[in-house]
Design a protein around this ligand. Structure first.
Ligand code: FAQ
Length: 329
């Protein structure tokens, strides 16, 4: 627990202003409003710190769990070239998880604690990774839609008020851009291929469309964190705004592929220059968040096994570091 400014009993040292005095909170908000970056050692309200640890750690967990659906196809990629690309992508996701855990650690919570919260089910990860990858077209669809949605959500995070998160997001977004393109390239190859390949691409789009647009989170009226996160410039756009932007750029891409988005109410509105779309099944979204999606249990079991299986590596690394520290002393 972060205790900067408190003595060992957790009391305010005498003579200092209270940790969260109105003056401090106002001065903090003024820095945010002036677009200054907040850095790790700067004073910040506890709620700002907690919000960031929650969001960044859940983002990190999503990258790590997100390796599973695609990892499932590494041994079955249709060509050596596709296999190399997919391998690089899955490794990138691991790297994103590590930058993000590091960014979150600057806020005073250890990576061990964050991982423990994931494994105990206390911390969430993105709903999208609880769906199965049944065919090779699902790999194309994940790159095209899931990475596409991730980019839409994450480009504004490069301007997040918290410096370490914003800077981590710059590199992550560059890599997500390559991921999106490789996914679209798979979809292009399939949609220009045989009738069976095109049908496989359409089937994957049918299954992934709605879960992808749920990735942006609950509708604005039900989003409990959005208002405060936007005031703190952690989020720059609301969940619904980002969802709409994603739909507006993605539907023409589906048209280009000759695929049909599975939404009979989808229609371009000339007046607003946005697509109108059908009702999202929020019950499905909340079921997945509650742990009852098609793959939630499997994803967590694989992660627990991997964590246990990696214990000897962590112990060996620790023993090595201690040996070197002792030699240097
Ligand atoms: N899934 O009040 P809000 C990727 C939770 S990375 C699960 O709107 P907030 C790369 C939310 O945590 C994908 N839970 O919350 C990749 C909160 O619960 P809590 C991950 C969700 O934080 C590609 C509650 O609902 N990206 O894809 C979801 O203001 C391919 C109320 O929601 C990020 O994490 C959801 N979809 O807005 C990897 C980006 N949506 O914490 C591999 C950073 C909401 O109170 C392969 N995160 N919840 O228990 C964000 O931008 C935000 O946290 C949102 C949610 C937009 C996800």
């Amino acid at each position: 627990m972060y205790t900067q400014g408190l003595d060992q009993q957790g009391k305010e040292p005498q003579g200092l202003q209270p940790r969260e005095s109105a003056e401090r909170l106002t001065a903090f908000q003024a820095r945010i409003d002036a677009e200054e970056k907040i850095e790790a050692k700067d004073w910040m309200p506890e709620a700002y710190r907690r919000t960031l640890v929650r969001q960044i750690s859940q983002h990190a967990h999503s990258e790590i769990i997100g390796m599973q659906p695609e990892g499932n196809w590494l041994t079955r990629a249709p060509t050596l070239r596709r296999k190399c690309i997919l391998l690089a992508k899955v490794q990138d996701e691991a790297g994103h998880g590590l930058y993000l855990y590091s960014a979150a650690e600057t806020l005073g919570t250890s990576r061990d604690q964050m991982v423990a919260d994931l494994l105990s089910g206390k911390a969430k990860y993105s709903s999208i990774f609880n769906y199965p990858t049944l065919t090779w077209a699902d790999i194309g669809t994940i790159g095209w839609l899931v990475d596409g949605a991730a980019i839409m959500n994450q480009i504004p995070l490069c301007r997040c008020s918290y410096g370490p998160y914003a800077r981590a997001m710059v590199r992550i977004c560059k890599e997500e851009s390559f991921h999106q393109r490789q996914g679209f390239d798979i979809m292009l190859a399939l949609s220009r291929g045989s009738a069976a390949q095109k049908a496989m691409a359409q089937d994957a789009l049918n299954r992934w469309w709605w879960p992808s647009i749920m990735m942006f989170g609950p509708s604005d009226k039900d989003s409990k964190h959005s208002a405060q996160s936007m005031a703190w410039k952690i989020k720059r756009f609301s969940n619904d705004e980002l969802r709409q932007k994603f739909i507006d750029v993605t539907v023409p891409q589906a048209d280009f592929l000759g695929l049909k988005v599975p939404d009979d109410e989808l229609e371009f509105d000339q007046e607003t220059a946005h697509y109108r779309f059908g009702e999202i099944d929020w019950q499905e979204f909340y079921d997945v968040l509650a742990g009852n999606g098609p793959c939630n249990r499997e994803r967590m079991q694989v992660r627990r096994n991997a964590h246990q299986g990696g214990a000897w590596v962590r112990e060996a690394a620790q023993a090595y570091a201690e040996k070197h520290a002792a030699q240097a002393a």
